[in-house]
Design a protein around this ligand. Structure first.
Ligand SMILES: Cc1cc2nc3c(=O)[nH]c(=O)nc-3n(C[C@H](O)[C@H](O)[C@H](O)COP(=O)(O)OP(=O)(O)OC[C@H]3O[C@@H](n4cnc5c(N)ncnc54)[C@H](O)[C@@H]3O)c2cc1C
Length: 428
């Protein structure tokens, strides 16, 4: 559905949500569902109606899905719900007033509001590398990036992915599916090191290589080489090796967007620091989604008290809780985090946070690409990384809401359903 621009010039609104992604749409719809009857406005700097980001590295990149098909809601839905959506409009400044807040957009529009919400997400990091600005070095965060990446993928024979995190590995799997020669260069000694345990990571190194994707860990990149035409031609490593590439996908993490938070004088530290009601340091502005640094909603590891979670699940759950704050019935944000990453035929689903674990149980058969890595701390199950094992994932996710102390041998025993083992453990 085509996006219809909002004509009004300056205006006043109840809730103003800056950023038009997963968290923004969830908050607006939850507020309406809960009976909030004041005007709601979403302002986003991308030119399209809000859409789902996960397919950008998968179905959309492969040309199997259209952008329209990724939209969360139609423009009719937004207008019928009284949610004003301004797209292609960047909020450039924000400040508090005695009765609320006021923002100014790049088109010169002024919007005043009773409550300001920052749902501004994050932007893809680049690396300070020689040649990093060459044609053909592409990061992936928004639909426009996926379009550039897809156009290059169509003509490149050799693809190098710098960064072996979720997005890098998803792009690598998509490129392989299109028949490209693919190399993943990861500076750390393990893949997906920020998100999964070492055992899961080691499995992924093998599984990715078995799928014909070269994986280099501890990679020391010294620069990106370009041809006479200014186009990328390869990656130079510290040992003198050159890996040819006509496309380099940079997947080296994201930086939370904190420009407006700085203007508002909010506490910023790896994101906009909020409390468990999503309130920033001024006690009024709300920050949700990838941009927010929050008290861990799953406080299992005493060393991990604050987190910034980059996931659909967090954007949705935190937005739902923030709606309660706005409605004046705050509920502390507690939840078992979960994530997923589809890399070709490998469906990874993660429940909980494995940081601080002291024991790992392998359930299933890594060789058959159907395995769950279960992470425990002091005898208590705290997380699971499940590969092509959706039933195990669902069982763990449910069980982690309670205190699960279970004999590791029972966890490893695939003759028994994990749901049954965990049900016995929780109620024991
Ligand atoms: C390629 C890709 C694949 C992913 N795959 C998965 C997956 O498989 N599973 C999973 O759980 N998560 C996945 N994610 C992560 C997930 O999409 C994010 O965690 C989620 O989108 C966060 O939502 P958000 O609303 O916080 O931020 P975003 O969705 O990034 O939305 C923020 C929006 O705010 C806009 N904005 C920022 N500043 C301003 C401003 N000043 N004025 C106006 N607009 C502004 C931004 O342009 C953006 O459109 C993926 C992300 C990417 C990029």
């Amino acid at each position: 559905m085509a996006y219809e621009p909002v004509e009004d010039a300056d205006f006043d609104t109840g809730v103003l949500i800056v950023g038009a992604g997963q968290a923004a749409v969830q908050l607006a719809t939850t507020l309406r569902d809960a009976g909030y009857d004041q005007p709601i406005t979403i302002v986003g700097d991308e030119p399209h109606l809000p859409y789902q980001r996960p397919p950008l590295s998968k179905g959309y990149l492969l040309g199997d899905q259209s952008l329209g098909g990724l939209e969360f809601r139609s423009s009719e839905f937004f207008s019928d719900s009284g949610i004003k959506v301004l797209m292609g409009e960047r909020v450039e400044s924000a400040r508090r007033t005695s009765i609320g807040g006021v923002v100014q957009t790049a088109t010169g529009r002024t919007i005043t509001c009773d409550r300001l919400v920052l749902a501004v997400g994050a932007s893809a990091r680049r690396l300070p590398l020689r040649g990093v600005d060459a044609d053909g070095v592409i990061t992936l965060r928004v639909a426009a990036d996926a379009e550039r990446l897809g156009a290059r993928l169509a003509v490149a024979d050799d693809v190098v992915v710098i960064g072996g995190g979720f997005i890098g590995l998803e792009v690598a799997a998509s490129a392989k599916k299109l028949g490209r020669r693919v190399t993943v260069l990861e500076a750390a000694p393990q893949l997906m090191g920020r998100a999964v345990g070492a055992e899961t990571s080691a499995y992924y190194v093998g599984a990715t290589r078995r799928r014909g994707i070269a994986v280099m860990l501890d990679a020391r990149i010294v620069g990106i080489r370009t041809g006479d035409n200014g186009e990328v031609s390869g990656v130079d490593l510290a040992d003198g090796t050159m890996i040819p590439a006509q496309l380099i996908a940079l997947g080296v993490g994201v930086a939370p967007r904190v420009e407006l938070a700085h203007q508002l004088g909010l506490h910023v530290d790896n994101g906009i620091v909020v409390d468990d009601h999503s309130l920033a340091s001024d006690g009024w502005t709300i920050a949700i989604g990838d941009c927010a640094n929050l008290p861990s909603p799953y406080p299992i590891d005493p060393l991990l008290t604050r987190v910034r979670l980059e996931s659909v699940n967090n954007a949705v759950e935190q937005a739902n809780h923030a709606a309660q704050t706005i409605l004046g019935a705050p509920v502390p944000y507690r939840s078992v985090p979960w994530f997923w990453s589809d890399q070709g035929d490998l469906k990874l689903q993660i429940a909980g946070l494995s940081s601080g674990h002291d024991q790992v149980v392998v359930r299933g058969d890594p060789g058959a690409d159907r395995v769950a890595f279960l992470y425990l701390r002091e005898g208590r199950l705290i997380a699971a990384d499940c590969v092509n094992s959706p039933a195990d994932f669902a069982a763990v996710r449910r069980a982690l809401a309670g205190d699960v102390r279970v004999d590791p041998r029972r966890l490893a025993d695939t003759s028994q359903k994990l749901a049954v083992v965990l049900h016995d453990a929780v109620s024991a």
